[in-house]
Write a protein that binds this ligand. Structure first.
Ligand code: ARG
Length: 448
């Protein structure tokens, strides 16, 4: 590699061409309205920029890495296409406010894409939840079977995580939605600059209040990266559960063939590679956040070339996150649940012990005491190699005289049904939560 390549960003900032051209078109129009350039020149510039866009989209644009970045490539091509009028486009503008503008426009767009993709995953969660709305499974704490929960309740836990992610991305949108154009290199511009017009043309709700801040602020990128890191953490946790659940040991689910791969040596294998890769790619997404935080930490005001390093990690996070969300929507939609197995395990291994203690509380035994009694009972059952339901009433009575026949009415289903408070796993609550989630998905169609 020759050192002249060191400063080149063209291979990655190319992806901002639509934003860059839209920004330039608005800027040319603004300059003409203010009388800084003539209407004819503005028309030439706008037509030329549209041709540039067509060329890029038709893959016939003559990219030239000796011109370093996207902005210089477009301006140079504009010269070739329309002649000297091209030289008037950069009046009252710097690449510093130009790139800040491109990045903000791009961020707003990808937030819309991200929210849409998150909605897709949520839709898959709710659809599978509705399909299996009555299925009870063991819920875990410390990776130990703890209490029965509805499978749909488990899925809706992720729905809530993704709801918070959407909230975070939308919050980030507000910060990205501020127009930096008109800040010049750092101090503002000497030409009449109608920033309100620019904001309207480019669909920005706000206008930056300080030119020095505007050209060197990348908080909106950091916020996307942080929200993306949190979202990948959620996806990674789900990926981990899908890996566990699809193992022989759990045997809860089977992933669709297209989301597993075989082993090159072991013919029997169906590896959950997609879920594993999602878990693994989370590392990169975290790294991208730390990378940009570190780039920013020592920067004096205002623009410094270090800021060019805001892009690759950001684009990588966007691509990784959008791809992972698409994979999860498919993986969730395609998995099959072993209803018999999860149902049978929902009551096994003393998962109903809390309910047995609650039963004694119903007989006026203080909870602490009941807890101790049932702990003894479980230890005894375990020593006999039995489940609680295999014990006789006499066995129960050896631990407390308060037990009677009704203790055998405790089932995984009754256990779930008893958790009938806001946020609990009672089937009626979960049915309502599913309906609410469905309604939210129907009504909230706005991207950001
Ligand atoms: N490629 C640069 C970046 O991404 C564009 C701005 C360059 N400005 C400058 N003064 N060199 O940050």
């Amino acid at each position: 590699m020759s050192i002249s390549h060191y400063t080149v960003s063209l291979h990655y900032d190319r992806r901002l061409y639509r934003q860059d051209i839209a920004g330039s078109i608005a800027h040319a129009r603004m300059l003409a309205r203010a009388g800084t350039i003539t209407g004819e020149d503005a028309d030439l510039i706008v037509d030329g920029l549209k041709r540039v866009r067509q060329e890029i989209e038709a893959d016939s644009f003559p990219w030239d890495t000796s011109l370093e970045d996207l902005h210089m490539n477009i301006e140079s091509r504009l010269h070739q296409l329309i002649g000297p009028a091209a030289g008037r486009l950069h009046t009252g503008r710097s690449r510093n406010d130009q790139i800040a503008l491109d990045m903000r426009m791009y961020t707003k767009e990808v937030i819309d894409d991200t929210v849409r993709a998150l909605r897709g995953v949520q839709r898959a969660l709710v659809a599978r939840g509705q399909e299996f709305r009555d299925v009870v499974m063991p819920g875990y704490t410390h990776m130990q079977r703890a209490q029965p929960v509805l499978f749909a309740h488990h899925l809706l836990a992720y729905f809530q995580m993704f709801e918070r992610d959407i909230d975070r991305f939308r919050d980030c949108y507000k910060r990205a939605d501020v127009l930096p154009l008109g800040s010049g290199a750092l101090a503002g511009v000497t030409y009449p600059t109608d920033r309100e017009f620019l904001a309207r043309e480019l669909n920005f709700s706000g206008i930056s209040a300080n030119s020095m801040d505007a050209v060197s602020d990348r908080d909106f990128v950091l916020e996307y990266l942080a929200s993306g890191a949190t979202c990948m953490m959620h996806l990674s946790r789900m990926g981990e559960e899908l890996v566990l659940w699809s193992s022989r040991e759990f045997g809860f689910i089977r992933l669709a063939e297209e989301f597993t791969t075989g082993s090159s040596i072991m013919p029997q294998k169906r590896n959950p590679d997609f879920a594993e890769l999602a878990r693994g790619k989370t590392g990169r997404v975290y790294g991208n956040l730390m990378g940009l935080l570190t780039v920013m930490k020592g920067l004096p005001l205002t623009y410094n070339r270090d800021l060019q390093e805001d892009k690759e990690g950001f684009f990588d996070t966007v691509d990784t996150l959008l791809a992972t969300l698409e994979v999860f929507q498919g993986m969730l939609s395609g998995l099959s649940l072993d209803v018999k197995r999860v149902t049978s395990l929902a009551a096994a291994s003393y998962v109903l012990a809390t309910d047995v203690a609650d039963y004694l509380v119903g007989k006026e035994v203080p909870f602490r005491e009941a807890h101790g009694i049932v702990a003894e009972l479980c230890r005894y059952a375990e020593s006999q190699g039995k489940e609680l339901e295999d014990l006789s009433l006499e066995d129960y009575r050896r631990f407390s005289p308060h037990f009677d026949q009704e203790v055998f009415h405790i089932t995984a289903r009754s256990s779930a049904a008893a958790r009938d408070n806001i946020g609990g796993t009672a089937p009626d609550r979960v049915a309502k939560a599913l309906n609410q989630a469905e309604k939210l998905l129907e009504e909230d169609t706005d991207g950001h």
